[in-house]
Design a binder for this molecule. Structure first.
Ligand SMILES: Nc1ncnc2c1ncn2[C@@H]1O[C@H](COP(=O)(O)OP(=O)(O)OP(=O)(O)O)[C@@H](O)[C@H]1O
Length: 223
Protein backbone atom coordinates (compact mmCIF):
# COMPACT_ATOMS: atom_id res chain seq x y z
CA UNK A 1 0.00 0.00 0.00
CA UNK A 2 1.38 3.35 -0.80
CA UNK A 3 0.77 6.96 -0.36
CA UNK A 4 -0.32 8.84 -3.38
CA UNK A 5 -0.03 12.08 -1.49
CA UNK A 6 3.74 11.72 -1.43
CA UNK A 7 4.13 12.02 -5.20
CA UNK A 8 4.48 15.79 -5.36
CA UNK A 9 7.01 15.64 -2.55
CA UNK A 10 9.00 13.05 -4.49
CA UNK A 11 9.17 15.33 -7.46
CA UNK A 12 10.44 18.11 -5.26
CA UNK A 13 13.53 16.12 -4.34
CA UNK A 14 16.41 18.40 -3.66
CA UNK A 15 18.44 16.73 -0.96
CA UNK A 16 19.93 13.36 -0.38
CA UNK A 17 19.50 11.37 2.74
CA UNK A 18 22.74 9.84 3.84
CA UNK A 19 22.06 8.25 7.17
CA UNK A 20 19.03 6.29 7.98
CA UNK A 21 17.37 8.69 10.15
CA UNK A 22 14.67 9.45 12.08
CA UNK A 23 13.56 12.70 13.28
CA UNK A 24 10.64 14.74 12.07
CA UNK A 25 12.36 17.74 10.67
CA UNK A 26 9.62 19.85 9.23
CA UNK A 27 6.63 20.08 6.96
CA UNK A 28 6.46 17.80 3.97
CA UNK A 29 6.61 20.66 1.54
CA UNK A 30 10.06 21.58 2.80
CA UNK A 31 11.50 18.11 2.94
CA UNK A 32 11.66 16.78 -0.57
CA UNK A 33 10.84 13.18 -1.26
CA UNK A 34 13.55 11.54 0.77
CA UNK A 35 12.46 13.62 3.69
CA UNK A 36 9.93 10.93 4.42
CA UNK A 37 12.74 8.43 4.70
CA UNK A 38 14.63 10.81 6.87
CA UNK A 39 11.58 11.12 9.04
CA UNK A 40 11.61 7.43 9.64
CA UNK A 41 12.54 7.27 13.24
CA UNK A 42 13.83 9.59 15.82
CA UNK A 43 17.58 9.67 15.63
CA UNK A 44 20.19 11.88 14.11
CA UNK A 45 19.64 12.97 10.55
CA UNK A 46 22.42 13.67 8.10
CA UNK A 47 21.60 15.35 4.83
CA UNK A 48 23.80 16.33 1.95
CA UNK A 49 22.84 18.43 -0.99
CA UNK A 50 22.97 16.97 -4.46
CA UNK A 51 22.55 18.57 -7.79
CA UNK A 52 19.29 17.30 -9.15
CA UNK A 53 16.47 14.93 -8.39
CA UNK A 54 17.42 11.46 -9.54
CA UNK A 55 14.36 9.47 -8.61
CA UNK A 56 12.40 8.27 -11.58
CA UNK A 57 8.72 8.00 -10.88
CA UNK A 58 7.09 7.63 -14.24
CA UNK A 59 7.53 5.59 -17.37
CA UNK A 60 8.59 1.96 -17.67
CA UNK A 61 11.95 2.47 -15.93
CA UNK A 62 11.66 3.88 -12.44
CA UNK A 63 13.44 3.49 -9.14
CA UNK A 64 11.59 0.15 -9.11
CA UNK A 65 13.39 -0.92 -12.29
CA UNK A 66 11.58 -2.24 -15.33
CA UNK A 67 8.63 -4.54 -14.85
CA UNK A 68 9.13 -8.11 -16.09
CA UNK A 69 12.90 -7.79 -16.36
CA UNK A 70 15.73 -8.69 -14.01
CA UNK A 71 15.82 -5.02 -12.98
CA UNK A 72 12.34 -5.12 -11.44
CA UNK A 73 12.36 -4.09 -7.74
CA UNK A 74 9.94 -4.39 -4.86
CA UNK A 75 9.77 -2.69 -1.50
CA UNK A 76 9.52 -5.31 1.23
CA UNK A 77 9.21 -4.44 4.91
CA UNK A 78 9.32 -6.68 7.95
CA UNK A 79 6.90 -5.03 10.34
CA UNK A 80 7.53 -4.54 14.09
CA UNK A 81 5.98 -7.89 15.04
CA UNK A 82 8.32 -9.71 12.63
CA UNK A 83 11.34 -7.95 14.11
CA UNK A 84 10.16 -8.53 17.66
CA UNK A 85 9.56 -12.22 17.01
CA UNK A 86 13.16 -12.53 15.73
CA UNK A 87 12.23 -14.13 12.43
CA UNK A 88 13.99 -11.54 10.27
CA UNK A 89 16.62 -14.02 9.10
CA UNK A 90 14.03 -16.60 8.14
CA UNK A 91 12.09 -14.06 6.10
CA UNK A 92 15.18 -12.74 4.32
CA UNK A 93 16.33 -16.25 3.49
CA UNK A 94 13.08 -16.96 1.64
CA UNK A 95 13.76 -14.14 -0.79
CA UNK A 96 17.41 -15.19 -1.09
CA UNK A 97 16.56 -18.83 -1.70
CA UNK A 98 14.12 -17.88 -4.41
CA UNK A 99 17.01 -16.19 -6.17
CA UNK A 100 16.26 -12.53 -5.61
CA UNK A 101 18.94 -9.94 -5.08
CA UNK A 102 19.09 -7.72 -2.00
CA UNK A 103 19.56 -4.19 -3.21
CA UNK A 104 19.05 -2.26 0.04
CA UNK A 105 18.22 -2.95 3.66
CA UNK A 106 18.05 -0.91 6.86
CA UNK A 107 16.24 -0.86 10.16
CA UNK A 108 13.93 2.06 10.72
CA UNK A 109 11.81 3.10 13.67
CA UNK A 110 9.07 4.81 11.68
CA UNK A 111 7.70 8.16 12.70
CA UNK A 112 3.95 8.72 12.79
CA UNK A 113 4.25 10.79 9.66
CA UNK A 114 6.08 8.13 7.69
CA UNK A 115 3.72 5.37 8.78
CA UNK A 116 0.70 7.49 7.90
CA UNK A 117 2.20 8.33 4.55
CA UNK A 118 2.96 4.73 3.72
CA UNK A 119 -0.59 3.66 4.51
CA UNK A 120 -2.37 6.86 3.43
CA UNK A 121 -4.60 4.96 0.99
CA UNK A 122 -6.10 3.15 3.99
CA UNK A 123 -6.76 6.36 5.92
CA UNK A 124 -10.51 5.89 5.86
CA UNK A 125 -10.40 2.28 7.05
CA UNK A 126 -11.52 1.66 10.63
CA UNK A 127 -8.26 -0.11 11.41
CA UNK A 128 -6.03 2.73 10.14
CA UNK A 129 -5.38 4.24 13.57
CA UNK A 130 -4.46 0.88 15.03
CA UNK A 131 -2.28 0.08 12.03
CA UNK A 132 -0.29 3.30 12.40
CA UNK A 133 0.03 2.75 16.15
CA UNK A 134 1.34 -0.74 15.54
CA UNK A 135 3.87 0.34 12.91
CA UNK A 136 5.11 3.15 15.19
CA UNK A 137 5.33 1.20 18.43
CA UNK A 138 9.07 1.84 18.71
CA UNK A 139 10.22 -1.53 17.42
CA UNK A 140 12.21 -1.23 14.20
CA UNK A 141 10.89 -2.35 10.87
CA UNK A 142 13.33 -3.85 8.37
CA UNK A 143 13.01 -1.87 5.15
CA UNK A 144 14.34 -3.70 2.08
CA UNK A 145 14.49 -3.50 -1.69
CA UNK A 146 14.63 -6.81 -3.55
CA UNK A 147 15.35 -7.12 -7.26
CA UNK A 148 14.76 -9.71 -9.94
CA UNK A 149 12.35 -10.79 -12.62
CA UNK A 150 8.73 -10.69 -11.42
CA UNK A 151 9.84 -9.86 -7.88
CA UNK A 152 6.70 -7.80 -7.28
CA UNK A 153 4.25 -10.61 -8.07
CA UNK A 154 6.48 -13.35 -6.70
CA UNK A 155 7.14 -11.28 -3.59
CA UNK A 156 3.41 -11.09 -2.93
CA UNK A 157 3.22 -14.87 -3.35
CA UNK A 158 6.10 -15.44 -0.95
CA UNK A 159 4.37 -13.14 1.54
CA UNK A 160 0.90 -14.69 1.16
CA UNK A 161 -2.61 -13.27 1.50
CA UNK A 162 -3.20 -10.20 3.67
CA UNK A 163 -5.40 -12.20 6.04
CA UNK A 164 -3.31 -15.08 7.41
CA UNK A 165 -6.48 -17.16 7.46
CA UNK A 166 -6.31 -17.14 3.65
CA UNK A 167 -2.52 -17.33 3.36
CA UNK A 168 -1.27 -20.62 1.98
CA UNK A 169 0.95 -22.74 4.20
CA UNK A 170 4.46 -22.24 2.89
CA UNK A 171 3.97 -18.52 2.45
CA UNK A 172 5.48 -16.24 5.08
CA UNK A 173 2.13 -15.18 6.49
CA UNK A 174 0.81 -18.72 6.09
CA UNK A 175 3.68 -20.06 8.19
CA UNK A 176 4.08 -17.38 10.83
CA UNK A 177 0.85 -15.43 11.31
CA UNK A 178 -2.61 -15.75 12.78
CA UNK A 179 -4.07 -12.24 12.80
CA UNK A 180 -4.52 -9.76 9.93
CA UNK A 181 -3.53 -7.01 12.34
CA UNK A 182 -0.15 -8.68 12.96
CA UNK A 183 0.81 -10.07 9.57
CA UNK A 184 4.55 -9.33 9.97
CA UNK A 185 5.45 -8.23 6.45
CA UNK A 186 4.60 -5.90 3.62
CA UNK A 187 5.46 -6.23 -0.07
CA UNK A 188 4.63 -3.85 -2.91
CA UNK A 189 1.54 -4.86 -4.85
CA UNK A 190 2.36 -3.18 -8.20
CA UNK A 191 5.16 -1.45 -10.08
CA UNK A 192 3.53 1.87 -9.29
CA UNK A 193 3.40 1.06 -5.57
CA UNK A 194 6.99 -0.21 -5.63
CA UNK A 195 8.15 2.98 -7.29
CA UNK A 196 6.47 5.15 -4.72
CA UNK A 197 7.34 3.01 -1.71
CA UNK A 198 11.03 2.63 -2.59
CA UNK A 199 11.12 6.39 -3.11
CA UNK A 200 9.43 6.95 0.23
CA UNK A 201 11.73 4.76 2.32
CA UNK A 202 15.03 5.03 0.42
CA UNK A 203 17.17 7.48 -1.38
CA UNK A 204 18.16 6.24 -4.80
CA UNK A 205 21.83 6.40 -3.72
CA UNK A 206 21.14 3.78 -1.07
CA UNK A 207 20.30 1.17 -3.70
CA UNK A 208 23.17 -1.15 -4.67
CA UNK A 209 22.02 -2.02 -8.16
CA UNK A 210 25.37 -2.57 -9.86
CA UNK A 211 26.57 -5.82 -8.28
CA UNK A 212 25.24 -9.24 -9.25
CA UNK A 213 24.86 -12.33 -7.04
CA UNK A 214 27.13 -15.15 -8.14
CA UNK A 215 24.37 -17.31 -9.67
CA UNK A 216 22.38 -14.37 -11.02
CA UNK A 217 22.60 -15.18 -14.72
CA UNK A 218 21.74 -18.80 -14.08
CA UNK A 219 18.69 -17.87 -12.00
CA UNK A 220 17.37 -15.11 -14.26
CA UNK A 221 18.00 -16.83 -17.60
CA UNK A 222 14.99 -17.84 -19.70
CA UNK A 223 16.67 -20.52 -21.78
N1 LIG B 1 -9.29 -5.85 8.66
C1 LIG B 1 -8.09 -5.46 9.10
N2 LIG B 1 -7.87 -5.32 10.42
C2 LIG B 1 -6.67 -4.93 10.89
N3 LIG B 1 -5.62 -4.64 10.11
C3 LIG B 1 -5.78 -4.77 8.80
C4 LIG B 1 -7.02 -5.19 8.22
N4 LIG B 1 -6.88 -5.21 6.86
C5 LIG B 1 -5.61 -4.85 6.61
N5 LIG B 1 -4.96 -4.58 7.77
C6 LIG B 1 -3.56 -4.15 7.92
O1 LIG B 1 -3.29 -3.18 6.95
C7 LIG B 1 -2.21 -3.62 6.12
C8 LIG B 1 -2.41 -3.08 4.74
O2 LIG B 1 -3.57 -3.63 4.19
P1 LIG B 1 -3.69 -3.88 2.64
O3 LIG B 1 -5.12 -4.04 2.35
O4 LIG B 1 -2.91 -2.87 1.92
O5 LIG B 1 -3.06 -5.34 2.51
P2 LIG B 1 -1.64 -5.78 1.99
O6 LIG B 1 -1.29 -5.01 0.76
O7 LIG B 1 -1.59 -7.27 1.91
O8 LIG B 1 -0.73 -5.38 3.20
P3 LIG B 1 0.60 -4.58 3.17
O9 LIG B 1 0.29 -3.26 2.50
O10 LIG B 1 1.00 -4.44 4.61
O11 LIG B 1 1.52 -5.44 2.35
C9 LIG B 1 -2.27 -5.14 6.23
O12 LIG B 1 -1.04 -5.75 5.91
C10 LIG B 1 -2.61 -5.31 7.67
O13 LIG B 1 -1.46 -5.12 8.50
Amino acid sequence: MFARSAIPAFRAASRSFTTQAARNVGPASARGYMGAAALAAGGAVAYSAFAAPTVHLEGPKTIAGELGTSTERSYVMIKPDGTSRQIVGDIISRFERRGYMLVAMKTVVPSQELAKEHYIDLAKKPFYGGLVKYITNGTPVVAMVWQGKDVIRQGRRLVGATNPLEANPGSIRGDFCVSVGRNIIHASDSHESATKEIGLWFHEKELATEYRPIAWDMIMADN
